[in-house]
Design a protein around this ligand. Sequence first.
Ligand code: ADP
Length: 395
Amino acid sequence: MKIISINAGSSSLKFKLFEMKDESVLASGLFERIGIEGSNYTIKYDGNKVSEQAEMPTHAEAVSILLNRLIDLDIIKSLDEIEGIGHRVVTGGEKYKQSVLIDNKVIKDVEDCIELAPLHNPANIIGINAFRKALPNVKMAAVFDTAFHQTMDPVSYLYPVPYAWYEDHKVRKYGAHGTSHMYIAEAIAKELKKDNLKVISCHLGNGGSISAIKDGKCVDTSMGFTPIAGIMMGTRSGDVDPSIIPYIMVKETKNASEVLEDLNKRSGFLGLSGISSDSRDIEKGISEGNERCILAQEKYVRTIVNYIAQYYVLLGGCDALVFTAGIGENSAETRKRVVEKLACLGFKMDLKANDVRGELRKLSTDDSKSLIYLIPTDEELMIARETVTLVKQNA
Ligand code: ADP
């Protein structure tokens, strides 16, 4: 069964075509600058790469080019081979606790959630509509980044604020990166051949979140009402005292959105180091003795360790601590520093094993109280798996 995973942004469209028999990737690619001058795309398949400029005033042209190219590059013989399309949808609010097949009602519900993800959900809908037009008979699934976190109980998802904010305005913790955390939960269960596990999943990328997972279900997660909350990130502050916002509004004559933009785009690694949002630049700065880079890294590690310790207590222990995403998969230094600070909980890293990038590996010593793993995440594959399940259920 061939399935396409789609991640549509406001001016981009990422795709991966899978043969689900063996979960192999037949093709992947990116369409960029849709609706902007200089639109272009790249498709990779079978060791080849095609990169071209093309007129793409809307996502519809990108979809049409993609489908045509799949045929003329001989990646598939006919569009009939595509049996399902899975769409990443950033938020399904409280309505969707799992992935669903897309119909008009689902699209309306995703539209109703726009105010919870004003930048992302509209783009996801544009992607969905473009494929609906191009392939009206193919089943499509919406895979929500928030769905995995819907198993949290009210003690985890409610803020201690006026209850009416939740009832009237939907203010609560929704979390993010749910598809990645779900992938990790499944992957570690498969690796350890055990379902009833206490797992702390650390998705450390440019954005980052940590989830406490029990028996495959999310118990708590560090991102909140929006993805600015939780640990420190590339450009995002993570948790801060909210009274900073009105204070800076007055001091810098800004409005609330402008200050929020500072917290979203000019904070985190970038804000503290003054150099870069990229952890590779921070590591380089540290090797050159840059004090602000040293500080930024210390703060980053502190916020991660704080959440791990919190979730260790919440779960009543931890069978496996898992690192994933850009930094989690590639930065041995970050992993080492985090685990060093967890020594009092009995976590012990095998430093030789930790000298690794982007491959599934056990990183803990045999006498570590909890297992430590690196597991590369694969959100696209998770989307494709969810789509297969729904397509088969509704065949
Ligand atoms: P996004 O949240 O945009 O999906 P990614 O998961 O791709 O982000 O992660 C991007 C982050 O991964 C960047 O901060 C980048 O510096 C970091 N990263 C990638 N490779 C390395 C590496 N070799 N060492 C340290 N950090 C790395």
